[in-house]
Write a protein that binds this ligand. Structure first.
Ligand code: CAA
Length: 403
């Protein structure tokens, strides 16, 4: 199927970023929000990305104007009537998503693909609100969409093979890297990334180390930004929503650190409102210590040791759970983390990291963390099976990969 025109519903940071990516590939794209002010804000975000390229000499001002002409701002669903594919990027509320998909189905051509950029909600449940559920699929971009190469493609229970193939071809046409992911809460990357961010939050609230030191340690490990800078960039409200969805699906091992909820409750949402773990607007500066003290008084846990492994092993363990559930292949899991989060190239992804450390060492260390920090570290069953079969990683020449 050829996509001649695309659409995006929701002109926030993700929606605008996706519209920029689509227009950059040369396709016209309709960008819709509920009122003109939001639409204009979205269009300004798209222009800002192009302006950045002009300022760096990567594109001329007239090329920018050509690309901007491809982005059609609107407040009406009528403008989607000749779109072949629409991506919904509104906030994470199932009721709102259902309304959006029902509106889309009324105006779109029969053959059009209806995609969601949801971070963690069920694609199958979104699809249940429409008749043409075989045309519904997850096409999940990463923040910032203009930069991050990865796009997860997630079929729901009702999605047709044709829709999956068309979505993969569309993502490739945007010069992004599609990875097919079996549907589960958080899909693949958020399912690995959130436990890592959550562990950073536990370390912070337990007074293991200050946020800037943890960020520095993880940058030294090779991550492009530290977990707290990333939490602030993603938005503490978004992270709280995703954490809740993960907890609901996977239970206690994904219980969110109390500080994440407190940040949301105290309206410390991150970069978007000027204050999160870091201060971006001095007029909003306030001390987090009383919040942390109150959490420590409630949980009775403080002074636990910090190490980068504490965070990385959460990612490795969840990658092993994903593998066990066939969410993706070992190489796709590693590729997705490289392209979706900037996991250090030289370490090859969390599963390659585990192979380099030794699966037996990973299991022992997870058990030790489990005793010291809590049962959320209990090793995924596949890791123990691998040890018992001498799949220890590089040292025995076979682990998640062959050497
Ligand atoms: N929009 C557009 N372009 C941006 C941008 C933005 N918000 N932020 C940075 N860039 C561009 C810069 O202009 C620069 O472009 P050039 O190469 O053309 O000069 C390039 O990205 C690199 O930027 P910087 O040099 O300023 O900084 P950097 O090298 O540290 O890269 C980063 C910034 C790409 C954000 C990098 O730090 C990174 O990869 N961070 C990890 C981000 C991450 O983990 N994202 C996934 C989050 S999970 C998610 O999104 C899923 C979800 O559902 C919640």
């Amino acid at each position: 199927m050829f996509i001649y025109k695309a659409g995006v519903v929701g002109a926030g940071a993700m929606g605008a970023g996706i519209a920029q990516v689509i227009s950059f590939s040369g396709l016209p794209v309709v960008l819709k929000d509920t009122d003109q002010e939001r639409v204009d804000k979205g269009l300004a975000m798209v222009r800002k990305v192009y302006q950045g390229r002009v300022d760096k000499g990567k594109m001329t001002a007239s090329e920018m104007d050509q690309k901007m002409k491809l982005v059609i701002g609107t407040t009406s669903y009528d403008d989607f009537k000749d779109c072949d594919l629409v991506i919904e990027a509104v906030f994470e509320n199932m009721k709102v998503k259902h309304q959006v998909f029902q509106e889309l189905e009324k105006v779109l051509p029969e053959t059009a693909i209806m995609a969601s950029n949801t971070s963690a909600l069920s694609i199958s449940q979104i699809a249940s609100a429409v008749k043409k559920s075989d045309k519904v699929i997850g096409i999940h971009f990463f923040n910032p969409a203009p930069v991050m190469k990865l796009v997860e493609v997630i079929p729901g229970l009702q999605t047709s093979t044709e829709t999956v193939d068309d979505a993969v071809a569309f993502v490739e046409s945007l010069r992004k890297m599609p990875v097919r992911v079996k549907e589960c809460a958080g899909f693949l990357v958020n399912r690995l990334l959130l436990p890592y961010l959550n562990e950073a939050a536990y370390a912070f609230q337990e007074g293991s180390a200050p946020a800037d030191e943890i960020d520095k340690a993880m940058r030294a490990f090779g991550m492009p930004m530290g977990p707290f800078a990333l939490l602030d960039m993603l938005g503490l409200d978004v992270c709280a929503d995703v954490s809740m969805i993960l907890y609901d699906s996977f239970g206690p091992r994904m219980k969110a650190a109390e500080i994440l909820g407190e940040m949301h409750k105290n309206n410390r949402l991150g970069v978007k409102n000027g204050i999160g773990f870091y201060v971006y607007d001095e007029s909003k500066a306030s001390d987090l210590k009383p919040v942390v003290d109150a959490i420590q008084a409630k949980t009775g846990i403080k002074g636990t040791p910090f190490s980068p492994e504490r965070l990385v092993f959460q990612m490795i363990n969840e990658a092993a759970f994903c593998l066990e559930e066939n969410v993706a292949s070992p190489s796709d899991i590693d590729l997705a983390m490289l392209a979706g989060t900037g996991y250090p190239q030289d370490k090859g992804g969390p599963l390659h990291t585990a192979d380099a450390i030794g699966i037996d060492v990973v299991v022992e260390k997870l058990k030790e963390f489990s005793k010291q920090l809590g049962p959320r570290f209990w090793p995924a069953p596949i890791l123990k099976r691998m040890v018992s079969a001498n799949y220890l990683g590089q040292k025995t020449k076979r682990g998640f990969f062959n050497y």
